[in-house]
Design a binder for this molecule. Structure first.
Ligand code: ADP
Length: 473
């Protein structure tokens, strides 16, 4: 699968979108909000000025023509103070006073569209009925005389001033945004170092593993999730490589172990048919052939058994039984073999009885395999020691011989299927190398352990554990 939309591209795209969106939001939404806020704020300020002016103008109007000139003077002063035009109109919309540029004195200016009744809002924005070319903030305050409204004081403030203030504030916002945006770039760079680069390495390694190159090196020496993931992947690759190796060895071993008895059976039978072996000797050779077929049967049974033990469905039939009694019984079945090799047993049991909780038949098989091996690999006139000990709620069962022992570099492999040490090959030609593999599977199925201590030329000791039954009486 080719990577088209890489995570990195997606993050880069998200980063660009973040930049564009921030810019749009600041310039549009924030621009509008700041304008509204500044307009309202300025209107508040001007409203208070308009109130003062309206009181002054009301007084002037009541004084007649003289007062009018004086009021105009006051208004002019106020205008230069607040830097805005002030206009007075009566309630019909006729202009009475204007502090800005004067028209011909006799010209009567009216604002017919001025609606004195809609005084709910105290400010508007716009050209004030076409009086200005640019948009203005127009703040109204009613002028009262004897409790009735006789006109309005209107202060005109250019919106361009507000826009300048807005733009200054917006510039601050843009600079802040730019700083955050650059910081985000650092985060993106850090992300690429912390996540993206190791992720690419892991993907390459996974692709190599998928192609079967299990020895592809994947090194991410970090203590975070990426390091953990790469460690797990490495471990997985090692396990797969080991499993593949085991499978190869397994097939090689199976083929080898089946082929040698078959070759000898075939050889003897051919020799009998073509007369190389005379008929009077055929009985002797047929016995050999029979032995070989027995070996093949043993091999096939061993394989089938291992397979069934490996199945997840392996059901152990647990019971509480006396392991000491089972040991004695199993030793007895080896009577003939022991006599032939002049081997004796030394059985040291922890007490009269030792009840354990396990599958009796399977444990008997384990004991059988271990004692069988001990006899096979012991020298004549030797002793095999079988011992049971108790510790806490565990029983330890040991089978110890003083035979050929196991070489150091083989000790880790003796529980593998088909494994036989070079030392043992001469001693036991019939061995299948499956006995200990079966033994280990059985002990593991019980959630117990089996261990071996061995010295080449001195002897071996196999020890396994079992759970002592709770009803041990
Ligand atoms: P086998 O059928 O060959 O005995 P096992 O799985 O029982 O197969 O044993 C595997 C190998 O482990 C043996 O071939 C032998 O090399 C070694 N081994 C097992 N038990 C002993 C022992 N008591 N002393 C020395 N070597 C042993």
């Amino acid at each position: 699968m080719k990577l088209h939309k890489t995570l990195y591209l997606k993050f880069l795209l998200a980063y660009l979108i973040l930049g564009v969106l921030s810019f749009i939001i600041i310039s549009a939404a924030a621009g509008i909000m700041i304008s509204k806020y500044l307009t309202r704020h300025q209107a508040d300020v001007l409203y208070r000025k308009a109130q003062l002016a309206a009181e002054d103008i009301g007084y002037g109007i009541r004084q007649g023509t003289e007062g009018r000139d004086e009021t105009l003077l006051h208004i002019k002063e106020l205008e230069s103070y607040i830097d805005a035009n002030i206009r007075v109109i009566d309630s019909t919309g006729r202009q009475i006073l204007y502090s800005g540029k004067q028209t011909a004195s006799d010209e009567v200016i009216t604002f017919p569209d001025f609606d004195s009744t809609s005084s709910g809002t105290y400010y508007t924005t716009g050209s004030f009925f076409g009086a200005f070319e640019e948009p203005m903030l127009n703040v109204f305050y009613p002028i009262t005389s004897r409790y009735s409204v006789i006109g309005y004081c209107v202060i005109h403030y250019p919106m361009s001033e507000i826009y300048i203030m807005r733009d200054n504030l917006l510039n601050i916002a843009y600079i802040s945004m730019l700083i955050v945006y650059v910081l985000c770039l650092f985060i993106l760079a850090f992300f690429s170092y912390a996540v993206y680069i190791p992720l690419r390495k892991i993907i390459s390694a996974a692709e190599e593993y998928a192609r079967g190159h299990m020895d592809y090196p994947l090194e991410i020496n970090r203590r975070d999730e990426m390091g953990y993931l790469s460690g797990t992947l490495n471990y997985m690759a090692e396990q797969i490589a080991r499993a593949e190796d085991n499978q190869r060895k397994f097939i090689a071993n199976v083929s080898h172990d089946f082929r040698s008895p078959l070759t000898s059976v075939r050889g003897y039978l051919t020799a009998m048919i073509d007369g190389t072996i005379p008929p009077e000797l055929s009985e002797k050779y047929l016995t050999i052939v029979l032995n070989e077929t027995e070996r093949l049967t043993k091999l096939t049974n061993g394989l089938l058994e291992l397979n069934s033990l490996n199945d997840k469905g392996l059901v152990l039939t647990y019971s509480d039984f006396d392991i000491n009694a089972v040991i004695k019984q199993t030793c007895e079945t080896f009577g003939v073999q022991c006599e032939r090799k002049k081997i004796s047993f030394e059985v040291i049991l922890s007490g009269e009885e030792l009840f354990v909780h396990a599958d009796k038949d399977k444990i008997q098989q384990v004991l059988y395999n271990l004692i069988d091996n001990a006899i096979k690999f012991s020298n004549s006139n030797s002793m095999i020691k079988i011992e049971t000990t108790e510790k806490n709620d565990m029983a330890f069962i040991s089978v110890k011989d003083s035979g050929i022992g196991i070489p150091k570099d083989s000790i880790n492999m003796i529980f593998d299927r088909f494994y036989k040490t070079d030392l043992s090959r001469g001693k036991d030609k019939k061995g299948t190398g499956l006995g200990l593999a079966i033994t280990k599977e059985i002990i593991l199925a019980h959630n117990q352990n089996i261990n071996v201590i061995s010295t080449e030329g001195v002897g071996s000791e196999f020890i396994f554990t079992l759970h002592i039954s709770d009803t041990d009486e």
